[in-house]
Design a protein around this ligand. Sequence first.
Ligand code: NAD
Ligand code: ZN
Length: 673
Amino acid sequence: MTSAEAQQRLDELRAEIARHDELYHRQAKPEISDFDYDRLKRELADLEAAWPALGGDNSPSRAVGDDRTAGFKTYRHRERMMSLDNTYSAEELREFHDRLTRDLERDGLEFVVEPKIDGLAVSLTFAKGKLVRAVTRGNGVEGDDITANALTIRSLPRELKRGPDAPVPDVIEIRGEIYLTTAEFQRINRQREEEGEPVYANPRNLAAGTIKQLDAREVGQRKLEIVLYGRGYLEPVAALPETQTQFHGWVKAWGLPTVEKFWTVQGADAVLGAVQELGKLRESFAYATDGAVVKLDAVALQRRAGSTSKSPRWAMAYKFAPDRAETKLLNITVQVGRTGVLTPVAELDPVVLAGTTVARATLHNRDEIARKDIRVGDFVFVEKAGEVIPAVIGVNPARRTPACVPYVFPERCPVCGTAVVQIEGEVALRCPNLECPVQVRRRVQHFASKACLDIEGLGEAMVDVLVEKGWVRTLSDIYRLRRDELLTLGKSVEKSTDNLLAAIEASKRAELWRFINGLGIPHVGAAAAKDLARKFRGLEALATAQRDDFIQNKESVIGGIGETMADAILTFFAESRNRNVIDELVRAGVDPIVPAAGSALAGKTFVLTGTLPTLTRDDATARIEAAGGKVSGSVSKKTSYVVAGEEAGSKLEKAQTLGVPVINEAELLTMLG
Ligand SMILES: NC(=O)c1ccc[n+]([C@@H]2O[C@H](COP(=O)([O-])OP(=O)(O)OC[C@H]3O[C@@H](n4cnc5c(N)ncnc54)[C@H](O)[C@@H]3O)[C@@H](O)[C@H]2O)c1
Ligand SMILES: [Zn+2]
């Protein structure tokens, strides 16, 4: 390789890695597997080592991947948050051990082997034992302040337990990982699938995407968890633990969630033994792990070993390679979701991967298939790591036969035949036909479901029948169902038909937010629907809203409705057919209940705690009561909201344990209108 060639490859690699860093850390939407990413990183490191003259001060090999995103205040860590050097090779793990033995001139070094939790790094600051702040890693120097979102984590204590076994320092940054359990990951993905939204590829991406939502109430609807294992800044320095093993004991004594298991061992063989044991045990852990972290146990030795610009020299991540198998791609099918998104799915010759039989795998979208040139009849590599959804990562070109022709993505919806479209800025292709039977079915099912109009008797099976018969093509058709037609559905359906028609009739007077939720606007869930109902007080007003009804000077006007949601709402109603749905619903007699003006808070109970920035307690109470709400002194399950200010105390804690929504003064003022 000439110097010019090396330079060219370096430039390519640096650009490519920077792009994947952005996708992974900031957008939580990686395009390639960690394994492939780590390979690119390794190639870069090797090239940089071979060509030290070819610069690279700004190289991604020198920096920590940056997760900072718009909408959050940033906060400077008192001590930097680092990344870890990683390897997939046992041999290199040995070299790490031998290097430290040499550098520290000491035999029989002790190491701690911990699970490497595949979540999102977070730093918690406790001052005088109280949790005051949660911050993401960011660029290592400063991160996003996600305190409000972290407070939705029920297993996170607000205060460190004091006891004889663990001194509570004046100030300490405790590092750990925010994650989603496998069960919660699957629950959310199932729901997304039902709603025709793309599913998340793994729990890590979903956790990362969740913690960066701007509405803490939306975050609270996904059950995030946390585990703590590391230490940042600490004051006074005399309170430093002697070993990492001791620190784990403290974390536990303070009452914080700790890693499920760790090993304290001596020598390279024992380290590898522990890593192997972890490899077997990790399937039983509540969180996804992508490897082991091996750390020098003695804190004094850690300090002697020091760190590079990016990672400590006293620790190393050993990553487990994902399970990979080769199998034949029998077919590609295309599914249509509620919002019309077309998702290609690989139908595979069944193969065993990471302990389960895999017969289908996601192909993401048209661009992915084209980029990897995946063809029906190819032998493909399928990969699955832990809880990750199996994915086709590429083809084996050596086994391609001439009969395999390039895959042509359907230009028409496989269900209704309408020409598909691509919305600007999206990779997905959609069937734009709002009357497409699959979409109609999913939309009507959503509209009638418990979270929306809650129409009894209009379950998924019934909706299927109505759509199949052609009686329901749009939401408003529900309100035009004919008794005589329904009676043709079978014998002795008279009673159930009358019940169904009565339930449908009653739903015309449901609360406004239920209709808003029922429209199926992307990104708009129940919490947002309630905010929108309070603000717009009618379907037509919402349908004709302008951008500045949502966002002014880049600031959100309606608490809880950020830019993504505002755009989704405007795009939705820019489609004339969606606006027609509103007109038709109104014409069909739909007349949602809107809380009367001046009683915006009717039936709601508030509890105030802490000092609010501008309102006194009496002011706040008077304004809540004027709007028809009640103010109570203690938090219970019946409390609608806790309004928390500076130095909020036990009431805030109680609200969090009971799952009562917590709002700040600004959100209260928005509710008051
Ligand atoms: N697929 C992609 O496109 C893509 C892009 C960028 C990064 N990545 C992946 O992200 C990672 C790189 O990011 P990184 O800098 O966070 O490195 P890393 O994840 O390899 O290691 C550092 C992180 O490990 C975490 N960690 C988990 N358990 C730990 C424990 N017990 N002790 C200490 N730390 C622990 C910490 O949050 C720490 O920040 C790599 O795994 C890489 O594969 C993937
Ligand atoms: Zn269609």
